[in-house]
Design a protein around this ligand. Structure first.
Ligand SMILES: *[C@@H]1O[C@H](CO)[C@@H](O)[C@H](O)[C@H]1NC(C)=O
Ligand SMILES: *[C@@H]1O[C@H](CO)[C@@H](O)[C@H](O)[C@H]1NC(C)=O
Length: 606
């Protein structure tokens, strides 16, 4: 990489200096003369979001946004240049990059585009506005603003509510001075190892304010109790816990993770299930591996989800008009805490006491929150081919109407947590009315398994009788040689959106499930057993194989994956809901909704 970069500088060295066409002040946003005093005091004064991009806190980023612009302030431990970019995938190629620095009391910013792993070139249009900048001996601080939706769509990337791969770099040297006025300059030296990528939801809605010091805010914790984490890749550890005994209704208003120091990667996610009312499940000292044959049978009744947290998430504060009800007859007395431990190096002897902290209050709010888990049933019949650049799976919620009728009113969805595993690249839920797309009920087109946040929806989305909720997931399996199947472990896949809404109804899970014998004819198989790995019964010539063998031997290409995707989209599926409706009945999948044509939408201000 360094070789390629040096070559680039050499090639450019002579041509760029000669071609000095654009005057310096037009290329560079330059701001002079900032008061040096008082900077530390007002640093980040009105910024609403912040993150350290590197693990040592050398590159700290603050930001805020409105409906059209985003303003950043970078505090970086260097007196050279700093780079901040918006990448399609975490790499440099195709990234929209901003490089700035401070020299002799003057701050500079440049808007660039990275065509590869070498110096990003200047954009033809400079669309970043420098607001202020200074150096204080150890740090460079730059404040700058850009549009969320750029006019220059060729060289600038739109900043959306999706997970953004933010790339960063810095160097202790400023750009090469002799080329400051060059058409393609100023030239920056290679950043060496001072670089990285971090997934951030830049446009995450600000959480509602909640003063946890308020004497009306109480808290309790649900944690593992010093669990010995098995030396295997994936462990789901379950434990049942008594909720606080309350003499009247309370509302849970905020949930945050408690991560045992050093277990930031081990504690991958947690799901809290409500246990069947009036039932006292056996408690086990320290818990039990979930879904294990020896797990207490009663625990299987704890199916409806109360909340979920996953890696990277900071926790969730309910909007001010909603809370999760505790202490009434309709509320859980016990919960089952399901901890997912991710231990890819199979380290033995780790003991964990991570979990979740719940804040609750007797000052109840207007509405009771419900949580509904929608998407594709997580079972091995959900087949994703290997070597596919992109493969879509679709899940429907067929069981909604009876529950909306029982409730007697529409529901309003206020939050979403998309969930897929390692191969997932996008998750979205479409609200469809009379065959026409209305809006997204949670969406991330650049999903990152390592950053799963509950996202507030603003505005809230109303779902009424007759509406369809269609959840689509996109997977990328170019690095896999075997089929990926649906399931609980991280190497298996899921396609789920946990949506939170009010008022609460009884439905807590609404999936569609794929039928293996509907998919088998694609592979020339006409009857297979229902259990993984699906033994083949017909045709006779294939009885010594399983359907999974046949799928793995299939000559998969992107075209074949696409053909299979279409095939699966046209099969009949079944409905799976909690509370359970037991009749297994195959149903046609609804057609794709009519989508708005957004090519016609012009970008304001361009
Ligand atoms: C320099 O700026 C950085 C970043 O704002 C700050 O953390 C540091 O304390 C400042 N140093 C001095 C000497 O003011
Ligand atoms: C399946 O295996 C059995 C036992 O090895 C063998 O007798 C039979 O011929 C095989 N059938 C096919 C279709 O290969």
């Amino acid at each position: 990489m360094r070789g390629a970069y040096t070559l680039f500088l050499l090639l450019c060295g002579s041509t760029c200096l000669l071609a000095s066409v654009i005057p310096k002040e037009e290329i560079l946003g330059a701001v002079r003369d900032f008061q040096q005093s008082g900077h530390a005091a007002d640093a980040g004064l009105d910024f609403t979001h912040q993150a350290s991009l590197d693990e040592h806190g050398r590159f700290h980023l603050l930001w805020k946004f409105d409906s059209e612009t985003i303003t950043f302030e970078a505090h970086v431990q260097t007196t050279g240049y700093i780079g901040l970019g918006f990448s399609p995938n975490g790499g440099m190629t195709g990234s929209d990059v901003i490089i700035g620095w401070v020299k002799d009391g003057q701050a500079f910013i440049t808007d660039r585009f990275a065509e590869g792993y070498f110096e990003p070139r200047l954009d033809a249009h400079q669309d970043v506005e420098l607001l202020s900048g200074y150096e204080n001996g150890t740090h460079t601080v730059l404040r700058f603003r850009r549009k969320l939706r750029p006019c220059d769509t060729a060289e600038d990337r739109e900043i959306t509510e999706d997970t953004q791969r933010v790339i960063w770099s810095f160097n202790d040297l400023d750009p090469l001075e002799n080329s400051l006025a060059g058409q393609n300059g100023p030239h920056v030296l290679y950043h060496g190892s001072n670089r990285g990528s971090k997934s951030i939801i830049l446009l995450q809605k600000n959480p509602p304010t909640l003063d946890i010091q308020d004497s009306n805010i109480l808290s309790f914790e649900l944690t593992s109790s010093n669990v010995l984490v098995p030396a295997k890749e994936t462990t789901y550890w379950c434990n049942t816990v008594r909720l606080p005994i309350l003499d009247r209704k309370h509302h849970i208003v905020k949930i945050e993770p408690i991560i045992q120091p050093g277990h930031e990667a081990l504690f991958h996610h947690a799901v809290v299930y409500q246990c069947k009312l009036g039932q006292v499940p056996p408690m086990l000292d320290g818990g039990h591996e979930c879904y294990h044959p020896n797990m207490p049978e009663e625990w299987n009744h704890c199916k409806s989800i109360m909340t979920a947290w996953a890696i990277g998430g900071k926790g969730f504060t309910y909007p001010n008009h909603v809370g999760f009800s505790l202490g009434t007859d309709d509320d859980p007395d016990y919960v089952m805490l399901e901890m997912h431990y991710d231990n890819p190096d199979r380290i033995s002897g780790q003991r964990d006491s991570s979990g979740l902290r719940f804040y609750y209050t007797p000052i109840v709010r207007m509405y009771d929150a419900g949580i509904l888990d929608i998407g594709v049933n997580s079972y091995a019949t959900h087949v994703i081919p290997p070597r596919a650049e992109s493969f879509d799976s679709t899940g429907f919620c067929f069981g909604l109407d009876p529950y909306l009728q029982e409730l007697g009113s529409p529901i309003k969805v206020f939050a979403s947590m998309p969930h897929a595993h390692l191969a997932g690249t996008a998750v979205r839920t479409k609200l469809v009315r009379n065959g026409v797309f209305q809006s997204y009920v949670g969406r991330d087109e650049t999903y990152d398994f390592d950053l799963q946040e509950i996202r507030l929806l603003d505005p809230e989305v109303m779902v009424q009788e007759g509406d369809q909720l269609i959840t689509e997931c996109t997977y990328k399996t170019t690095d896999r040689t075997q089929a990926t199947i649906g399931g609980l472990s991280s190497r298996e896949e899921m396609c789920i959106n946990f949506i939170q809404y009010y008022p609460r109804m009884k439905l807590t899970r609404c999936y569609s499930g794929l039928d293996i014998n509907q998919q088998a004819p694609f592979f020339g198989v006409y009857y297979a057993g229902w259990e993984y790995p699906f033994p083949i019964y017909y045709p006779d010539s294939m009885v010594n194989q399983t359907l999974i063998d046949v799928i793995n031997q299939h000559p998969w290409t992107n075209e074949e994956a696409e053909r299979f995707e279409q095939y699966v989209r046209n099969t009949q599926v079944f409905s799976y809901t909690v509370p359970e409706v037991n009749d297994y009945q195959l149903i046609d999948q609804p057609a794709d909704p009519t989508m708005p044509n957004d090519n016609s939408v012009s970008i304001p201000g361009c």
